[in-house]
Design a protein around this ligand. Structure first.
Ligand SMILES: Cc1cc2nc3c(=O)[nH]c(=O)nc-3n(C[C@H](O)[C@H](O)[C@H](O)COP(=O)(O)OP(=O)(O)OC[C@H]3O[C@@H](n4cnc5c(N)ncnc54)[C@H](O)[C@@H]3O)c2cc1C
Length: 303
């Protein structure tokens, strides 16, 4: 596939773009092609073309849960940021396209007197990425407010109701189904006074500023919380705050985060992850799993 093929179905196509500019970690090599579909016709056509020509593709939201490989990505990154429509569907329902930023969705709901999403105000992701990851904070999570998701399943539009999304901690049906491309999400919320929603939102902003203001690029929490296992606590008790490999450092502010001090590479982050995992295992006999996703060619799997 060449750039002209892509331009025949999508107006916005770039080549040889650094994944540093597409991810909040600011890490990664070059992506061969990056495309920004502006509507679902382009989105569908791009997915179809990649499949038909057997070209590897990856759907990227805001890249806020991604550690991109130093070797880059030798395929097509389909960036959803321009798929960003929001509308009110019924008195308590909001429909959002996959590329809507969560902060914009929170503001839209607040302006319409709808509560249930305020906890998401500072999560730097898109609606699509948040549904895939079942993003959550302070007791809120996508699982509790998503009513249905419209997907393209091998090019065919399909609506999946909440019960078919198999939400779990930072997990959904999309974690394993790479052929599902999210188009739109319908949220079911509750009516509330706008003053109360503004107050809730301010409180969540304050809580986060106090505990998670790490000051450097990151991909949020690196490890999964599982059952009684609280990674940040174990890492801190191992004395690993501030531990470094090159420019990758365990944040001294929030030990669940690894930050990029400036020139961190994917290799350095991976080495630091291994170091942290093995020290925690030695001390507590606990095995930590990664929450962030390693984006690399051929095989974009979780760790
Ligand atoms: C500072 C910071 C704070 C964070 N705080 C939190 C937090 O409090 N809670 C939390 O849960 N997470 C948090 N995160 C992690 C991250 O923001 C969330 O997981 C977010 O929901 C990811 O959204 P995204 O658009 O960036 O997805 P991406 O990182 O771009 O992608 C994540 C996954 O979703 C897939 N995907 C994205 N869009 C689509 C689509 N349209 N169709 C199919 N697949 C798609 C991608 O292929 C990938 O597998 C934080 C991250 C940072 C950097």
């Amino acid at each position: 596939m060449n750039i002209e093929d892509l331009r025949s179905v999508c107006a916005s196509v770039l080549s040889d773009i650094s994944l540093k500019s597409l991810t909040t970690f600011k890490i990664g090599g070059l992506a061969k092609f990056v495309v920004y579909p502006q509507n679902f016709t382009e989105y569908k056509a791009l997915l179809h073309m990649c499949k038909e020509k057997c070209v590897e593709y990856y759907i990227l939201g805001a890249g806020s849960n991604i550690l991109a490989d130093d070797g880059g990505f030798d395929g097509v990154i389909i960036c959803t940021k321009k798929l960003n429509n929001i509308s009110k569907n019924s008195p308590c329902r909001v429909r959002a396209s996959c590329g809507v930023m969560l902060a914009n969705l929170v503001r839209f709901c607040a302006d319409n007197g709808l509560t249930g999403l305020e906890w998401a105000i500072n999560i730097p992701g898109t609606v699509g990425g948040a549904v895939v990851m079942n993003a959550g904070a302070f007791g809120g999570e996508m699982a509790k407010i998503v009513e249905s998701v419209t997907i393209l399943n091998n090019g065919v539009p399909q609506v999946l109701e909440n019960s078919k999304l198999f939400f779990n901690y930072r997990h959904s049906v999309f974690t394993n189904k790479k052929n599902y491309a999210i188009m739109e999400v319908v949220f079911k919320l509750k009516k509330e006074a706008k003053e109360q929603i503004a107050l809730n939102t301010r409180q969540f902003i304050c809580k986060r500023t106090l505990t998670q203001n790490v000051g450097y690029p990151s991909a949020g929490s690196v490890f999964r919380r599982e059952n009684d296992l609280i990674p940040a606590k174990l890492i801190e008790e191992c004395g690993l705050k501030g531990e470094r490999v090159g420019d990758a450092m365990v944040s001294p502010v929030h030990s669940g985060y690894i930050v990029n001090l400036g020139k961190a590479t994917c290799g350095q982050v991976l080495a630091l992850i291994e170091k942290v995992k093995s020290r925690v295992h030695e001390k507590f006999n606990a095995t930590m799993q990664c929450e962030i996703i390693h984006l690399k060619g051929k095989n974009c799997e979780k760790f």
